[in-house]
Every structure is written in C-alpha cells, then in structure tokens.
Design a protein around this ligand. Structure first.
Ligand code: 26Q
Length: 799
C-alpha cells in the first residue's frame, strides 16, 4: 500500500469510528477532525518514543513557562512538519475537497495577546526542530483573546470559544492531575525536630493537564505544550444544603472553575486583579509539582535537580515559580533554605519583554497575604535575606537598596524578584537588552554584570514563509536549494539574485498574486481595493507607543496635499490597518474609531479615493496575519524609539519581501544592520536622543509654528462629518502634564519625508524589487531556529 492509500484508509477509519460516515458524505468539520486525528496519532506515536529517549538518556530538560501561547491554527503546520502535506492534499483532492477549504474549519488557538504569546508559539516549533527535550506550560483558557467586531467604526468584543473544534489537538492526562491550594492560614508545627509549616482551611483546585503535541521539522522529535485546566474537587452535593454548607460549596466550586475561563486581554496595561494572580499561581504550582514529581520518579533524589532542569520564564508572569519551588523543596521535601535557594537560583532564567515602566508587574502585598499566605511568607524571607546581603555590599546606600528591593511600599515587584533569583536575564533585541542594562536594571547590572545577556527574537520561518507563502518558497528553493528550511544562514545566498532581472520579475509576480489573494479575501469582508496600488500595512496591538496615530496623521497630510492639487501625480496606496485594543483602553479605542472615520471620509471623496484608500481589517489574529504578510509591500514599524522591546511582525514582513519604514527601535536596528541603511526607510529620533529632546519639547509650539501639523490637527478637531468628535485625541497631543508623550509631532516631518522616499523607490520597480530581494536574503538571522539555538547554547546549556 502506498503512503497515500494508507493515509486515506486512516482518515476513512476515523470517520467511521467517530462520526459514522464515509469520506464522500462527511461534513467539513467532521472531515477536518478526522484528518486532524490522523495527524495527532502520528505525533503521539513519535511522542512515546521521544519520552522513552528522554528518560533513557536523562536528557537535560527545558521548561518554557508562559501565560500565553498564541498558537493560531495547527493543521497545516503539523502536516508540513510531518512531511504529509502533499499526500494530504492529494487524498482530499481525490475526495473532491480542497485542502484550503478544510483548513478554514479550524479555529485559531488564540491563547495570547500578541508578540509575547506568538513568540512562545514560534519557539516551541524551533525547540522541537532542534531536538531539545523541551516542554511548554500554560493555561487551557476556555476563551482565548476576544473576537473583534467593528460596528459603526467601533471595536466590539465577543467571546472566543476555540475549544468546540480546537480541542481535537488536546490529549487529556487524567492520571497526572495536580492539586493547587489557595487561601487558608499557615500553621507552624514542629515535626522530627523541624519547623514544618502546614496550610489549613485552604480551598483546593484541581489542575487537569491537556497536552498538545508539537512535531519538529525534519526530525522525529516531539515537544509537548501542557495546558492546565481548572476543576473543582467539590462535587455539588445537595446533602450539604441541609447543613447550610451548600452555599459555601457552590462558592468554592465557582471560584475553582473560573480560574481557567478566560485569557486577560491586557497587553502592558496591568491591573492587580486577584483572578489574574490566581491564574498565575495555578499554572505555576501545577507545573512545578509536575516537574518535581517526574524528576523524583526518574532519579529518586532532588540533589541533581538543577543539573537536569532549566525553567525559562516568559516575562515575569510565571515568576511565582521561584517561591513555589522554595515551598515544595522546604515544606514537602524537607530541604534547608540554603539548599533550596541554591537549586532555585541555578535553574530559573528570565526573559524581559518590556521597557515601559508602567508595564513592570507589581502586586499588592494584601493579595498575596489573602490568597497565598505561605508564598507570601517565603517572598518576605527572600526579600529580607536579599536586602541584608545588599546592606553588606552597599552599607548605608538606602536609595540603592530600596530601588533593588523585592518588596516595597506594600507591593511585590515581580521583575526584581526575577532578576534577583534568576541565573540569567535577557532582553529580546540588542537595543532592548542595552536599555535593560543601562536603565531598567542598572543597579542589578552593576552588581552582577554577567547575569545580563541578549537574545534577539526570531520567528518560525516555516510557518511565516514556507506555509503561508508557498510561491516565494518555491522561488527561493529554485535559486538557493532547500537548505534554508533548517539553516537560517542559508538565506544569505539569495542576495546575489537581487541583481538578476528575471528573479526580480518573479518576485514582483509572486507579490502581485499574493496581493490578489488578500484582495479577494478582503472583498468577502466588504472591502474593495486596487491591486495595483501599494499595499502599506500596519498590523499589531493598538498602543499609543506603537503610533498608529502617527500613520493616520501622515495619511491626512497626504489627503490635504491631494485636495490642494487634485491633478497631481500621487502614488496610489492602500493603507491597511489591523489591531485589537485592550477593552478598557479609551485612547486606543478612539484611535480605532478614528481610522474608520478617516476611511469612510476618504471613500466618500472621489478626488482622493482614486489615489488612496484606508481599510481597517477586523479581528486581526494569527490566521489573518498569515494572509497579510505575503501580500504586504510596505511594513510600518514606527514606534517611538526606545519603546518597542523587539517587535516580531517586522521580521515576518521582511521575510516575505516587504520593505520597512521604521524608527531605529527594537529589532529594526538589527534589521537595518542586516540589510544596510540603503535598503530600509529609517526616520525619526533615535533612542538616545529621545530623553534630551523631551526636556525642551513643546508640541503646542510646534502646532503654532508648523502649518502642515496645524492643518492635520485642525482637520481631526473639525471631525469627519460623521458626528464623532476626536477632540480628546487632539488634546492628548497638545495639552496636559505630558502632551504628546510618544513624540508623534516631533517625528512627523521626518516620517513624511521617509514616505516620499518610499514613493520614489516604488516608481522604479527594478530598484524596489532589488531591495525586496536583499531584505529576504537578510532575514535569516530572524529565524526562531537561530534564536532558540542561542538560548540553548548560552542560557540552557543543552546544545
Ligand atoms: C501582565 C499582568 C497582568 C495582565 C497582563 C499582563 C501582560 C500580558 C501580556 C503584560 C504584557 C503582555 C505582553 C507583552 C508583549 O507582548 N510584549 C512584546 O513582546 C514581544 C516578544 O518579545 C516583543 O517583540 C514586543 O516588542 C513586546 O512589546
């Protein structure tokens, strides 16, 4: 039997067994599930072998802890990595089904907000491909990030229920359920001559693991993403009712099961909500128990624990691993403080993802005291010992010690905890890591210079190039062979084809076809766009520092120029936006509304809409990004310098041949290094200029003295004829304690200039496509395989 015949039989057998139907009569969802189950079986068979290998070889294990894994869809990735894509296509085609249709049946696993969550997902793919013994841990949120609707120009949030169909990838492991305890009080008891703290009157919650298997490419290795689901151990027992305990039981039941209900839609906008703290502790405690229990089964001792495990925390959100490991080592394994601390500080490493000071995580002490009393006591002791050590080192330097303290002003500072206990701290781009050393964690970097390092982010290039842009992948393969599939350095070989006119023409054709594909999709959402116009794209979370508003300002500037000179020769462009706003972030939501008002305003003016069009694409998510990246020609990466830790969308655009207009921020700096300044459109203040500039910055003076800035702001103030006022947006730029915090007006002209350089190059296709080729060739260093390789060698010591 051929592979193809066997695959067909397996699918048929799944259909019969699970849905009682034949291939010819199966509905789309049934067929999707059956095919997914076949892929899952293959992965499961490999996973069993991999598990045996890990246990036999005592491989050093990596545990990647993250509150978010923004996985998107898995079907295509699994088929691709298993080498079954062609067979799958053929078998389906023979049954009269197109693979692309089938793929649309899968919901996104949207278990993340944006960059940080998608990074974790990309890294799982790379860890599996590099053959690491790695496991990801997170929460099986019932609802991922909200679904965004745009109604009358405004964002509406709807719940996202991905599990109805998305559960097909999840394997429940009922034999590895853990118990997590909340509340109660600590009883101090003497036992065998030791003081043994014990929690009493606590509320137990069960953590049920569901495993998603992640197959590597070109290897048999499989990694696991373990997602914990919360379940109450309390049966709702009506007998309790008579004893007056029914309400208490009901309350405990509800408290337990709400823990894994929903992903917090915050991205940097941190609120000290007790449910969020419970979520963090829930997944951290279950994970730590899991790691320790399995270690004991395999080794029978904890002495070698730090040699066998490294725990990477994705930002500070899982930082409670530190006190939780301490708790289990001391209270349950009877270790001394010093022995426990020596292990913990050898196996936890911390990645920071943000420079915005308001986004550094802090929790009110009272939340810990009430919900996690034993963890609170341990944090208190960690802080006492740490501050005492600092006092030895810096006697009398109160200010420094209070800056470095873990507990201060009734708050627990999770970043300080992570730096103090972690054996390595890394930023996510060269510039970001530099800022961490020089500013954010300056005191710490003086004390422990060797603790700090950089690992520039990377993206899963098989997903973000090969799977979503097969035509470009084929061209690359023709030119440079298929080595780049597993070797990021091989991309560079493509540089020499930048001077080959036939390759440049192929590039242009591929881009055009991808634009057509996106335009076709946009038509189904009610947007008609001109395929011959430049596709100019800004997609990312909506945040003031990312400056979507600056993009709007220059669109309005262009609008005014067209109005002034309707017969002029303007480069046609389609301005595409996609962004979700945190539901409680007023200014972000206003900016979404503004984009939609401007879109309608331009649409209604034929003199302008013959040149430009603005489209806000609703519900931006992984699956939509996979349609956008291959079609984009210009990538907008315009954050205020010094604010974007890295960015990863910038890399996806670059790899798909878009040119970048951007500030020297985050990983843009390294992209510019990779391709040279001539092959990027750089503008604006530099990170090291921003501070001094702000000292003497007066946006209202700029408004008064600069006619084009004034004209654009007046236009916004006047409104767009739809009865909506954008007065607040204008005010935020001109008045208040910190007007134009993100320096939009300061960078305005520089940005407008950069955009005219873009237009000039676009008019010369040979030059544009040459730059595009050089960007693709330079994008190899932004592969997740390279980034994870660096983690593995320099931090985890597993390669
Ligand atoms: C924390 C506490 C309570 C509630 C929510 C949060 C929370 C959740 C998500 C805080 C931050 C985030 C996400 C941050 C994030 O996505 N940062 C981005 O990380 C990317 C990957 O490193 C970088 O490329 C981006 O520059 C950075 O903004």
């Amino acid at each position: 039997m051929t592979h193809r015949e066997q695959l067909r039989e397996e699918i048929e057998s799944k259909l019969r067994r699970h849905y009682g139907c034949e291939l010819a009569e199966a509905g789309r969802v049934e067929l999707f599930r059956a095919c997914a189950l076949v892929l899952r079986d293959r992965l499961a068979a490999r996973a069993v072998r991999e598990q045996e290998r890990r246990e036999r070889t005592h491989a050093r294990q990596v545990h990647y802890l993250s509150l978010e894994f923004l996985m998107g869809r898995s079907f295509l990735n699994n088929a691709f990595n298993l080498g079954m894509l062609e067979d799958m296509k053929e078998v389906l085609a023979a049954a009269g089904v197109s693979l692309n249709d089938l793929l649309e049946a899968e919901p996104d696993a949207g278990l993340g907000n944006g960059g940080l969550g998608r990074l974790a997902a990309c890294y799982l793919d790379a860890m599996a491909t590099l053959g690491l013994a790695a496991t990801g841990y997170s929460i099986r949120y019932e609802h991922g990030l909200f679904k965004q609707l745009i109604v009358e120009g405004q964002q509406i949030e709807l719940p996202d229920s991905w599990l109805d169909v998305g559960d097909v990838w999840l394997l429940p492991r009922m034999d590895e359920v853990r118990e997590v305890r909340y509340g109660g009080h600590v009883i101090e008891e003497w036992k065998y001559g030791y003081m043994q703290p014990r929690l009493e009157g606590y509320t137990p919650v069960l953590a049920v693991p569901y495993d998603m298997l992640i197959g590597g490419y070109g290897t048999e290795n499989v990694c696991t993403l373990r997602l914990w689901s919360a379940k109450s151990p309390v049966e709702l027992d009506l007998n309790l009712f008579s004893r007056g305990e029914y309400l208490k039981a009901l309350e405990q039941h509800a408290m337990a099961e709400v823990i894994s209900k929903i992903l917090y839609p915050d991205d940097k906008h941190i609120e000290g909500k007790s449910l969020r703290l419970k979520q963090q502790y829930f997944f951290v405690s279950a994970t730590v128990q899991d790691i320790i229990a399995k270690h004991k089964e395999l080794h029978g001792t904890l002495e070698n624990f730090a040699d066998c495990h490294v725990i990477q925390i994705n930002d500070t959100h899982p930082a409670m691993v530190i006190p939780e490991l301490m708790r289990i080592f001391m209270d349950e394994e009877y270790m001394s403080w010093d022995d426990a601390w020596a292990i913990v500080t050898r196996c936890v490493a911390y990645t920071n993802h943000t420079i915005l000071p308001e986004a550094l995580e802090q929790w009110p002490q009272s939340l810990f005291e009430n919900n996690l009393p034993r963890i609170w006591a341990i944090l208190h002791e960690i802080n006492e010992r740490f501050c005492r050590e600092l006092w030895q080192k810096y006697p009398g330097d109160f200010l420094r010690i209070s800056r470095m303290a873990i507990l201060a002003d009734g708050q627990v500072r999770m970043a300080n905890l992570s730096v103090a206990a972690g054996f390595r701290v890394n930023g996510v781009s060269a510039l970001h890591s530099e800022i961490l050393r020089k500013r954010t964690f300056r005191d710490y970097a003086e004390l422990w210079p060797d603790k700090f390092t950089n690992v520039t982010n990377g993206i899963a290039h098989r997903r973000w190039l090969c799977e979503c842009n097969p035509a470009l992948t084929e061209l690359l393969t023709e030119c440079i062979g298929d080595g780049f599939l597993t070797d990021p350095a091989a991309f560079l070989d493509f540089a020499k084809y930048a001077d080959d006119a036939s390759v440049r023409e192929r590039l242009a054709k591929i881009k055009h076809a991808n634009k057509e594909r996106l335009a076709k999709f946009l038509r189904t959402t009610g947007h008609v766009v001109d395929i011959d116009a430049m596709f100019d794209v800004q997609v990312k979370r909506l945040h003031e520092y990312k400056r979507q508003l600056l993009n709007v300002l220059r669109i309005l500037d262009l609008y005014l120029r067209i109005k002034d000179n309707p017969g002029g020769d303007f480069q046609p462009r389609v301005f595409l936006f996609g962004a979700k706003a945190f539901p409680g972030y007023y200014m972000a939501k206003q900016i979404i509304r503004l984009i939609n008002s401007v879109a309608a305003f331009i649409d209604a003016d034929p003199a302008v809409s013959r040149f430009i069009r603005v489209v806000f694409m609703e519900n931006y998510r992984v699956t939509l990004a996979e349609k956008i990246m291959p079609a984009a020609e210009l990538s907008e990466q315009i954050s205020t310098a010094g604010k974007e830790a890295s960015g990863t969308g910038n890399m996806k655009f670059m790899m798909n041949g878009a040119l970048t207009v951007g500030t020297l921020d985050g990983a843009n700096v390294e992209m510019c290094e990779a391709v040279g300044e001539d092959n990027m459109f750089i503008f604006g203040l530099r990170a090291d200029e921003v501070g001094a500039y702000k000292e003497r910055y007066s946006p209202s003076k700029l408004y008064a003295s600069d006619p084009s800035i004034r004209a654009v702001l007046d236009l916004i103030e006047h409104g767009f004829g739809d009865g909506v006022s954008y007065h607040d947006i204008v005010q935020s730029l001109l008045v208040g304690a910190n007007p134009d915090e993100y320096l939009l007006l300061a960078d305005f002209h520089s940005y407008v200039d950069a955009q005219s350089r873009v237009d000039a190059v676009y008019r010369d296709p040979a030059r544009w496509n040459r730059m595009s080729a050089l960007n693709i060739a330079g994008s190899g260093r932004f592969c997740a395989d390279r980034a994870v390789g660096e983690y593995a060698r320099n931090i985890w010591r597993v390669l």
